[in-house]
Design a protein around this ligand. Structure first.
Ligand SMILES: *Cc1c(COP(=O)(O)O)cnc(C)c1O
Length: 388
């Protein structure tokens, strides 16, 4: 098969949609006024800012004044978690073992400041154990934060149930929905969500721009002090071009979502079925309760990094939950939480596709991957010595 370029790392970031870029451009050179200004080029900017806020609020089913713009998913996670903790001053935080580092490392930093935390386990498919979450609730629990969908293995958590549980105990509930926003329909009201993080670059918008939804009545302390932007909750001149692009990208992503997801899911399943035909492979994460575009498999007897490099030589962009790619020696905390051994976790491969992916791309991956795996295994002494 002829070599082609296939981008299959959409969980890391996405290409900005051309319509989104076009929508952003005037805000650099025409409507460039500071939205706080009193002259017309600023008033136009302020109007657009309001419009973007209202659009995003409508898409999440909340009020415009509950939407705060941030610099992305990491800031939103920090602002929600540290914001509640610092307002309360002390207490206990519940999260899961498979959160993104933007959540995990924020909670760990708070533990160093004197807060306590429980990291709830997931089952072998990566779904949070609700009974354990329930048991973890204490009188001094000040926050529950559980991600909507996992960035490595794509599992979708029972958000509505967690929200119900939190509400019954009057504990604020935050969800990192960075992988879910623009890919699944989210309704913060119906799902009992008090705070939600999203990031534009994960759904065809620009990098460095995100949202923190905060339900009225929930008041995290600000992370960034300065001017009175965002109702005093997040200082700094608004990144208007990106905010307009983000609103456009979210709207585009969610329009016709059902049809798009049906197609993406079909491609995903074809990819999974094809890859699992390679001997000594296993799927990581739940087969059905998973993001439409997520494939995560362990390929035994090879190193994830070598696989990624060889795929890259063949034009395929993918990622691995193993060592060097993440700059640490430990395999992914998410794969270990599933109960995988270090060896198996090291040979993991994540392919994340979206509605820009084509059937030809899938054919190309399915043609290339088995050959690459064969080549790597042929060079591997552990493959030679594998138990029969
Ligand atoms: C990408 C990602 C983040 C971080 O978002 P940035 O906008 O890159 O800071 C946080 N959580 C999850 C689940 C992510 O996938």
């Amino acid at each position: 098969m002829e070599k082609r370029f296939v981008y299959a790392d959409n969980a890391a970031t996405t290409r900005v949609r051309p319509e989104v870029l076009a929508r952003m451009l005037p805000y650099f050179t025409e409507v460039y006024g500071n939205p706080s200004g009193l002259y017309s080029v600023s008033r136009d900017a302020a109007v657009e800012l309001d419009r973007a806020r209202a659009k995003i609020a409508g898409l999440l089913n909340c009020e415009a004044r509950e939407i705060y713009f941030t610099s992305g998913g990491s800031e939103s996670d920090n602002a929600a978690i540290a914001g509640i903790a610092r307002k309360r001053g002390r207490g206990h935080i519940i999260t899961s073992k498979i959160e993104h580092h933007a959540v995990l490392n924020t909670v760990k930093a708070l533990e160093k400041e004197g807060f306590s935390a429980t990291y709830v386990d997931v089952d072998e498919n990566g779904i949070i154990k609700l009974d354990e979450l329930k048991k973890a609730i204490r009188d001094d629990t000040i926050l529950i934060t559980v991600m909507y969908a996992n960035n490595e293995i794509g599992t979708i958590q029972p958000i509505k149930e967690i929200g119900e549980l939190a509400r019954a105990h009057k504990i604020p509930f935050h969800t990192d929905a960075v992988q879910a926003a623009g890919h699944l329909n989210i309704d913060v009201r119906a799902e009992n969500i008090d705070m939600l993080s999203l990031s534009a670059h994960k759904f065809g918008g620009p990098k460095g721009c995100g949202v923190l939804y905060v339900r009225r009545g929930v008041n995290p302390r600000p992370l960034i002090y300065g001017g009175g932007q965002e109702s005093g909750r997040r200082a700094g001149t608004e990144n208007l071009a990106s905010i307009v692009g983000m609103a456009e990208a979210l709207e585009l992503s969610l329009s016709g979502l059902e049809q798009k997801n049906a197609r993406v899911t079909e491609m995903r399943d074809r990819l999974i079925d094809g890859i699992l035909k390679i001997p000594y492979t296993r799927l990581n994460g739940d087969r059905t309760r998973r993001l439409p575009g997520n494939v995560n498999v362990s390929v035994e007897y090879i190193e994830g990094e070598s696989l990624i490099l060889l795929l890259d030589l063949n034009g395929i962009c993918a990622s691995s939950g193993s060592a060097c790619t993440t700059g640490s020696l430990d395999p992914s905390h998410v794969l270990l939480a599933l109960g995988l051994s270090h060896e198996v976790a090291h040979g993991s491969l994540r392919l994340t596709i979206n509605d820009e992916t084509t059937d030809d791309d899938i054919d190309y991956i399915l043609d290339t991957l088995p050959r690459v795996v064969d080549r790597l295994r042929a060079m591997s002494p552990v493959w030679e010595r594998r138990p029969e």
